[in-house]
Design a protein around this ligand. Structure first.
Ligand SMILES: [Zn+2]
Length: 297
């Protein structure tokens, strides 16, 4: 299924840039624990041809990194095809965005990607600049052409047309009177943000672990207490909010190409991020069950 194309919609406008597409120059193998399952898993990242995008290969199937293959969001972003699921792809996709990797072959062993320490660290290391080369084709990007939003109940994600990429996120620790806010423009250092780890609230921990989630990051994830303060040492101010931005950036890659626009998120998670992506590409499933929480200006 190489070369999977997005359906052009009135919400998006495709533009050819003067920049060359990028991919890895050689294959890298990585091993670790799955973020949620905690089982040993392996993955190989390798060069891909221009125009093929990021494609996962698992158990004889090829699964493009595209919203058409999204599995229901359960605290992560997973892709599925023919009853088989590749779990927790968002941190790799986010690292691809940061490193400007357009095309990549991802051979998955074990159905889930390695977690590392719950940040983008392992992926940013694997996709370091000296391992990436340019291809003989210009990069296509898609601009947000129309303002859209999804959300309800104090959780929202907005997409606005803009000449460059920016993302703003507000994390509200309700009921604690504390918020974290991050705003990033195109020129900001997203790789620095990549150190931010995944997190959970103390009140959720028992349910998360007993539900089979978070096993691979139980020692490294940030835990926030009831008062909104971190119970573990933080790597940066606003680390929880920074990680939410990384998750959103990774989820936006599921449009199939790099997006250009202004994104504003308030307490959003993967579920809302996925709805926004589906709405942007005009994927018609989104309005059958949850259309009431989407809108446009
Ligand atoms: Zn994450």
């Amino acid at each position: 299924m190489a070369g999977f194309e997005t359906n052009p919609t009135a919400n998006l406008r495709e533009v050819i840039t003067p920049y060359r597409q990028r991919t890895l120059t050689r294959t890298i193998h990585m091993e670790g624990k799955g973020l949620h399952g905690g089982d040993p898993v392996g993955v190989s990242l390798g060069p891909a041809q221009a125009g093929t995008g990021i494609t996962f290969f698992y158990d004889g199937l090829s699964v493009p990194a595209h919203a058409a293959f999204l599995a229901p969001a359960l605290r992560s972003t997973s892709l599925q095809r023919d009853g088989k699921t590749i779990e927790t792809v968002e941190h790799l996709l986010s690292a691809c965005w940061i490193r400007k990797v357009d095309n990549l072959v991802v051979q998955v062993e074990g159905g889930e990607l390695p977690a590392g320490d719950g940040s983008l660290g392992v992926w940013l290391h694997a996709l370091s600049d000296e391992r990436i080369g340019e291809l003989h084709a210009f990069r296509k990007v898609v601009f947000v052409a129309r303002s859209l939003w999804v959300g309800e109940g104090g959780r929202y994600v907005f997409a606005f047309p803009a000449p460059s990429f920016s993302v703003h996120y507000l994390l509200d620790f309700f009921p604690a009177p504390r918020v974290e806010y991050f705003g990033m423009d195109e020129s900001d250092d997203y790789a620095e943000l990549g150190r931010a780890r995944t997190f959970a609230f103390q009140r959720e921990i028992e349910g998360i672990l007993s539900g089979g989630f978070g096993q691979g990051v139980r020692e490294s994830a940030i835990i926030f207490g009831e008062d909104g303060r971190a119970l573990s040492h933080l790597r940066m101010e606003g680390e929880g909010c920074a990680h939410k931005i990384l998750d959103l950036v990774g989820d936006l890659m599921l449009v199939g190409k790099r997006l250009v626009g202004q994104f504003v998120a308030i307490r959003s998670g993967h579920e809302l991020n996925h709805l926004l992506v589906k709405k942007l590409i005009g994927y018609d499933d989104y309005n059958q069950s949850e259309g009431r929480i989407t809108g446009e200006y």
